[in-house]
Write a protein that binds this ligand. Structure first.
Ligand code: SAM
Length: 224
């Protein structure tokens, strides 16, 4: 599934834990454990704190994040998942991390981006992708986790501007932020319908038990 040892399993407290190789040895982002294995430092990756880790735990089939990947990440928050993607894409990769809330963006800058030169923070509204002045070129992956009712439309408009042909979309659907009166299954089907015009849907993953009311849709982009 994953290429280039993008993530690994390490022994932590007697059990196997998901982990990524620490791009900044000695540096912790969210109190995760740092584990040394054969002289290499890894950071454990908590599936209860990161939906990408939850998707891996729940049998994610395609993992395109790898050394040198370019990623546009919408809804970076304080940078928990962004930091692991930063580990994976390495010094020659890039994570453009979009976050509009200044309170959390401060943590993203102070605790994550300031230590990791492959993260470009973009403190802007993901609804206005044309305004990302620090974006350049197309990306391999758009990751969207913004918990908004129009999250799918926001993801699509960002992909149209910045995702390369055949690139991947990872879309987190928070079913309760779309419509609490509809069944989660129906909401996911409606969001997938919106994507089908421009994307091939590869997999839909329920993120239980790590996250309630969330699903991850993985798709590839084809403009027609
Ligand atoms: N992806 C993060 C992680 O795994 O660590 C958690 C993301 S949290 C569920 C959603 C984030 O999206 C919040 O920090 C919120 O401020 C941000 N957000 C919501 N609407 C946004 C928008 N229109 N533009 C940019 N960020 C937005």
């Amino acid at each position: 599934m994953a290429e280039d040892n993008a993530f690994v399993w390490v022994k932590s407290e007697g059990r196997d834990s998901l982990a990524t190789e620490n791009l900044v040895p000695g540096n912790q982002v969210y109190n995760e454990k740092l584990i040394l294995k054969k002289g290499v430092e890894y950071r454990t990756w908590d599936a209860f704190r990161s939906k990408l880790a939850a998707a891996i735990m729940n049998n994610l089939e395609d993992f395109p994040f790898k050394d040198k990947s370019k990623v546009l990440y919408l809804g970076a928050s304080t940078g928990t998942t962004v930091s692991h993607i930063s580990d994976i894409v390495g010094p020659q990769g890039k994570v453009f991390a979009v976050e509009h809330a200044s309170r959390v963006a401060r943590d993203l800058l102070d605790r994550v981006a300031s230590y990791r030169s492959n993260i470009t923070p973009i403190i802007q509204d993901a609804r206005q992708p044309k305004d990302y002045f620090s974006m350049y070129g197309k990306v391999d992956i758009v990751y969207c986790d913004i918990a908004q009712p129009d999250q799918t439309d926001i993801a699509i408009s960002n992909c149209k501007l910045y995702l390369k042909e055949e690139g991947y979309l990872f879309l987190v659907i928070k079913t309760r932020s779309i419509d609490v009166t509809k069944s989660p299954q129906r909401i996911i089907e409606e969001q997938i319908k919106k994507l089908e015009k421009n994307f091939d849907i590869l997999q839909t993953i329920d993120l239980k038990p790590y996250d309630k009311d969330h699903a991850m849709v993985i798709a590839t982009y084809s403009k027609n």
